[in-house]
Structure formats: C-alpha cells, structure tokens
Ligand binder design. Structure first.
Ligand code: PEP
Ligand code: MG
Length: 747
C-alpha cells in the first residue's frame, strides 16, 4: 500500500465524516455517501443494499443506477452477485459480471451496461447488514487497494448503521434495535418469564469510527495492546497451577496478542483512516465471519479466542469496561452467548430467566436454571447482537421462544398465559398439604430434585415430601479447585437442617460426560456420554468419592443418611461403591465421630443393563431411583443433548413403559423401594402413566409438584392402566393419544 493510496483513503473517510456531520438524515445521507464514493473511486456506479429482513436485501441508495429502482429492487439472500456477497460474506471482484455464475440482471436498475463489479459485505461483528457495490462500464478488475478502501468504507457504514445514522427522514432503513424480534430456540428449562434484558457481556459501541491522525491512533492501539499483553501475562502467571486446558487458552491469547499479522492488519486499517477501535472491530468482524465457515472445531475455538481478545482490546480502548455504568433492571433476564455455572451463580436468584445463543439441555447453565426453576431458552439465534440492555423481553421456555421488544398483541397473549399459570399455581398451593392420592386410593410420594442450598426453601411451599435427588456436582462445578471436606460437610449439614427431618437423597458426584470439572484433567473421549463418568470415575479414583462420603457422614451427625450412586451399570460397581461407604462408616466410627442413625444406600438405574442385574443386586439395594434422563437416551439410543434427536422418542412409548414395568416388577419381587427422578416425572401426563404402571414415588422440580399432584388426585389409575393395556394389546407405538383422549373424558 503506497502512501498516496493511504492519503486517498483517509481523504475519502474524512469527507464521509463531513457528510455525517451535515444535518441530513436517513435517505439524504445515504445518497450523499454513494455519490461521494463513486466520485472518489472514479467509478460510475456506487450502490448500497441493506437488509430489509433476515432474508431480503433492498437497494437503498445508488449513484449511477436508475434512481427509481431505489427501494424497489430487492433480492433474496444468495440471489445474484449482491445476494451472494451477502450470503457468503466474501468479496466479489470481477471484470465481467454478466459472465459470472449466479449473475442476475435486474432490468429496472439499468445495470446491463456495467461490466465490472466489486461488492463487499457490510457487517458488524459478524452480523450481516448489507452489501456495498461499485460498478463500471470498462472491463477492469478492481485493484487490491481499491478493494481494501471499499472494505474500510463498508466498515464505517456498518458502524454508522449501528448508531442509527440512516434512520429517519426518507426512512432509508428501519431503526435498529427498536423493532420487535422473535427468536426460536430450544427449551433448556421450562417456564415463562417477563422482564428486561441484562447482557452478560455489554456491547461495546464505537462512536468514532473515523480518525484524522493515524499516528495518534496507532499509539493508542499499541498502548492498548501493551495493556492487553500485560493482563494476559498476569492471567498466565496466576494460572500457573491451573489445568492444561485453561493454560492452552491463555497461551493462545498470548499468541494472538503478540501476533504481528493481526497487528499489521489493524495498523493498515488505521493508516486508511479508521480509528483504533474501528480497526479492532473490523478484524473482529472478519474473524467472526470466518468462524461461521470453518468446519474444524480447533480452528473455530482459536477464532473464538481471538474474538474474546478483541473484546478485551475494545474495552481497553473505549474505556467501556464490563461495568458500563448501566444498572441492572429489577426483573433481569440474562442474555448471553454462553455462560459458565460459576458466572451464572454469581448473579444469584435475582434472575427471572436466561437466554443463550449456545448451550445445551445438559449444560451447567441448564442445571442451574433447573435448580432455580427459571426458564432457559438455548440456541436463540444471534440475540446478543440484537438485544440492548433494558429491552423488554418475554421468555417462553415451554416453547423455546423469545420475544424481544414484543408488540402489544404478543404482550397480552403472553400475559394471559402467565396469568393462567399463576392462577394454576394458586390452585396448586391449596393442594399443598393434601396427599397425591388417586381416585382409586393409590398414594404416590412426590419429592423434589435439588442441587443447591438455595433450592431448599422450595421444600415447604411446593408440598414436596422430601428431596428425592440432590445433585451434588454443582458444589464441585462452581469452584476453581476441589472443595474441602469441611466445606462440603457444612453445605450438606445445612441442606439436612433445612429439610427439617425430611428425607434427602444425596447422589454422589456425577461428573464426566457433559459435566466437566474445571480442575479435572480431561482426556478427549470419542463419546463422553458413554465414557468415563459418574461412578466409573468414583471407583477408579476413589479419593474424591471417599472424601465426599466422609463429609456426608459428618454432616448427618447422628441423623439418618441416604446416599445413592449414579450411573451404576452392573452389580459389581454398586457392591464396590457400597463397600466404600461401609468402610468410611467404620473409619468415622473409629475416629469417634457419631454415625448416622440409619444409612440407606441406593443405586440409580440409568443404563438398561441394570434392569437385568442378578436378584442379589436388588436385594442389596435399599432403593432404586430411575434416572430417566439417561435411561431414556440409552434405551432409545438418542443423545439427550442432541436437538435433532432428543425429542424423537417418547417415554409414553409402549416399549419404554413395558421396560419400566419390568424394573418395577424386579423391585417388587425383592421389596426394593423404587422411584423415578428424571425430568419426565415432572410432566403431569407422563407422571400419571408412570404411576399407572406401578411407580409410587416420583421426584421432580418443585414447580411441577402442584400440577402433578392435581392430576393424580383427579384420576383413577386403574382406569388409566386399562387404557394403556388396551393400547398395548392393539399394537400402538405410544399411549399418548389414547391417554389424552381418555383424559378429556375425565372431569
Ligand atoms: C437422570 O439421568 O435422569 C438424572 C436424574 O440425572 P442427571 O439428569 O443429573 O443426569
Ligand atoms: Mg443421569
């Protein structure tokens, strides 16, 4: 790049800034800009196409094409050369546009006389906003310099678009971040909530994309990069003891922070007239676009590291730290790309709902959302680029929908649904002290699932008869190192204290698969759900499990203690785990600590194999808890975290119900208590069918206890069983339809 071209580029941006400073709004501004670019680049045509909606581009301003085509010519994403640039995010530069594959001639524009075409995407942080095009009659390819210059201009246009520069008179485009937007994602946790957006990572806005003094901007950039380097080195020295993965990420940061090519590109952007922050954002945007394309997971992660680093750099440059001075609304709905359990727990119980762009049903965030009983929607498109702090937002975790800045119709429909649920909750509260007893006199025990100390206050108001599943992994997941025995004992003691004598079933650490401890050395496994997890880890490396068992015995301090081992696949595993507990009891006794008054030891049945274990296994168990979430995935061979298949199979499938019947029968033969603690136990129709098959104990999230109890009290389980039998005899695949038909006939 020569100095002359740099000066040219800076002059163009300088004039662009003058145009922006004129009081013209909206359309007039865009018109001046296309004129200016065409003139500066000595080309006949310059046009700006912007997105009307997610799929349609509209010609919003042109110099050279037929002015009457403005706001008339539209194309879909991928259509013609312009649509192709928009879709792929890649520059199109050709001397002979009509001969290009995919070229589509728009007769109303009069573009047939122009041969050469250069189109660059207008995008901001990976979000597609439009396409900037120049065309000319002479057959010529645009030089690298010209391409670069146009890219820089496109960057400035993107910033201006974000700042709302083209909104207003003439309505060149709709105001950004103002219109209602609907995001269709997946259910991470059911429930509905209304509130206001709180962005986990506040957006950095660049108000000055153009700068006059490149030397001063370069100095600012170097200073910021220096500060960044120091902070990365600092993190690295603190992470000296941390696990390898963490260090790898930091090393990658360091690599980028010292990367000459990254810095050189930003310097060039500055030489062309961009401010330091605009240069950072331009490179970040390009990296995000690449991120969407690269199929290689490792490369994608490195680009994500670069993205993170760019964010840090932007914060240093703009002074917009993570604390932007914005005040958290009273009814915050957290919006984030992704979030770890530690960060999530720091927000505490004030959150009304969570919306994530990534995430999975089994993720830590989902576990926390479930524990807090707040709705979580995952895979919610690109909501972080659309939402602003304080935006009105409605989250429908049942349907996986998020309404951002909803219009009045949506608001009232949503509030109706909300009111209905609140009304129902009131009715359920009246049932709190009544038993879950069916019309035919069968009593079902309803307990709650928990994972945090903060869950325990729900015990009384929900009417739960105890805690049927206490997932102990959260205490491990949120810490930077293995918790100490004393700390754990204190937590477990407080759980038992809060339960006020009601039974709490403590499940020992269930890690591995999707639940990875930050400090645990992780070996890549081809299929973690079928890998080294839960009791397999506990038995192979018993140190942590034994420490946890000691903490439980000490917390019980003479009270009854109930312990269950997760993911037992064969008798031997249970026998070995049980022996560890018996040994610890002996040891604690020898140390003079009081022993629990009663010890119950159970196993989770989460693999089909265990249903066929020898009779002696069932005899040696005090109870069995069916972990339906895992059992379902292994029974149907359908990954519980894979959105494509996880809803494909139904627990009301005759095969699954018959399998449950088999488990119940084996437990009955040996008089082993059996309960069901997977998520499906909290769905009223499913819970009723489980009870009809003979289950007399169900554990679920606290909010489900009312609805499940209400239905159980209304039905005759013998009749429900008869409907199931009839469907089975008739060869039905699922009992859902006949059961729903039958339910409709019930009052
Ligand atoms: C289950 O698998 O059903 C279960 C309750 O355990 P988790 O969801 O924690 O795997
Ligand atoms: Mg499980």
């Amino acid at each position: 790049m020569t100095e002359a071209t740099e000066t040219e580029s800076r002059k163009l941006l300088g004039r662009l800034r003058e145009v922006m400073a004129e009081s013209n709004a909206g359309q007039a501004r865009l018109d001046s800009i296309v004129k200016l670019i065409a003139h500066s680049m000595e080309t006949e045509v310059c046009s700006i196409y912007l997105f009307r909606d997610a799929d349609t581009l509209e010609l919003c301003a042109t110099e050279g094409l037929n002015p009457e085509a403005v706001h008339v010519t539209r194309m879909r994403m991928g259509e013609g050369l312009v649509g192709k640039v928009a879709k792929t995010g890649r520059i199109a530069n050709t001397a002979d546009a009509p001969s290009e594959p995919g070229f589509r001639f728009m007769p109303e524009t009069g573009e047939e006389i122009y041969s050469s075409f250069l189109g660059v995407p207008i995008r901001r942080l990976g979000e597609k906003l439009g396409v900037l095009v120049v065309q000319s009659k002479t057959k010529r390819g645009y030089s690298d310099d010209e391409v670069y210059a146009l890219e820089v201009v496109a960057m400035v246009l993107a910033e201006m678009t974000e700042l709302g520069a083209f909104v207003g008179e003439g309505a060149a485009m709709a105001a950004r971040h103002k219109n209602p937007a609907l995001f269709r994602g997946g259910t991470g946790q059911e429930g509905v909530a209304e509130g206001h957006v709180w962005l986990h990572e506040p957006r950095v806005t660049v108000t000055n994309p153009i700068a006059e003094d490149p030397d001063a901007e370069k100095r600012r950039l170097f200073e910021a990069v220096e500060a960044l380097r120091l902070s990365v080195d600092d993190m690295l020295s603190q992470a000296e003891m941390a696990d390898k993965d963490h260090r790898d990420v930091l090393e990658a940061y360091r690599m980028f922070a010292n990367s000459r090519s990254w810095l050189r590109r930003m310097e060039e952007d500055i030489s062309r007239g961009l401010s330091a922050e605009a240069a950072v954002e331009k490179e970040q945007s390009a990296a995000r676009a690449r991120m969407e394309e690269v199929p290689d997971a490792y490369l994608r992660e490195r680009l994500a590291d670069l993205d993170d680093l760019s964010n840090r750099l932007l914060r240093i440059l703009t002074g917009q730290g993570s604390d932007t001075g914005a005040e958290m609304p009273e009814d915050p709905i957290l919006v984030a790309r992704s979030i770890g359990p530690g960060e999530l727990l720091e927000y505490g119980r004030k959150l009304k709902g969570i919306v994530l762009e990534q995430g999975s049903v089994g993720s830590h965030a989902a576990i926390v959302a479930r524990a807090w009983a707040i709705p979580l929607v995952i895979h919610a498109g690109k909501i972080t680029t659309e939402a602003l702090n304080g935006d009105h937002i409605m989250v429908d975790g049942d349907q996986g929908l998020v309404h951002l800045r909803p219009d009045d119709n949506v608001v009232s429909a949503f509030r109706d649904k909300f009111a209905m649920q609140a009304e129902a909750q009131k009715r359920y509260a009246d049932l709190r002290d009544k038993p879950a007893e069916s019309r035919c006199g069968k009593r079902v025990e309803l307990t709650m699932n928990a994972g945090l100390l903060a869950d325990l206050p729900s015990l009384e108001p929900s009417g739960a008869e105890g805690v049927g599943l206490f997932r102990t992994e959260l205490q491990f997941l949120v810490r930077a190192s293995v918790p100490k025995r004393g700390e754990l004992a204190a937590v477990y003691k407080r759980v038992m204290d809060s339960a006020k004598g009601k039974r709490v079933v403590f499940r020992t650490l269930d890690i591995g698969s999707d639940k990875v401890l930050p400090y645990m050395k992780r070996e890549e496994e081809p299929n973690p759900a079928l890998g080294w997890r839960a009791i397999r880890v506990g038995l192979d490396k018993p140190g942590v499990m034994r420490m946890q068992l000691q903490a439980l015995i000490r917390a019980a301090d003479g009270r009854p203690l109930t312990v269950m081992f997760p993911f037992v696949a064969q008798f031997e595993e249970f026998r070995a785990a049980r022996q560890h507990l018996l040994d610890e009891l002996d040891r604690e006794n020898a140390l003079g600590h009081p022993l629990p008054s009663i010890v119950e030891i159970g196993a989770m049945l989460e693999t089909p194999s265990l249903a066929f274990a020898p009779r002696q296994f069932f005899e040696s168990c005090d109870f069995i808890s069916i972990g339906g979430n895992d059992l379902k995935q292994f029974f149907f061979a359908a990954d519980r975290e894979n959105e494509r298949v996880r809803r494909r199979y139904d627990v009301l499938n005759i095969s699954f119900l018959s399998f449950l019947e088999h488990i119940i029968q084996r437990c009955d033969e040996t008089q082993t208590r059996v309960s069901y603690c997977g998520e499906d136990a909290g769905r009223p129709v499913e819970a009723m069918c489980f009870a009809a098959m003979g289950l007399r104990s169900l554990s679920m999230r606290p909010a489900s206890i009312g609805p499940v109890k209400s239905l159980l009290r209304r039905v005759n389980l013998d009749e429900a069983r008869a409907v199931i039998e009839e469907a089975r005899a008739a060869g039905a695949q699922s009992v859902r339809v006949p059961i729903m038909d039958w339910l409709r006939t019930q009052r």
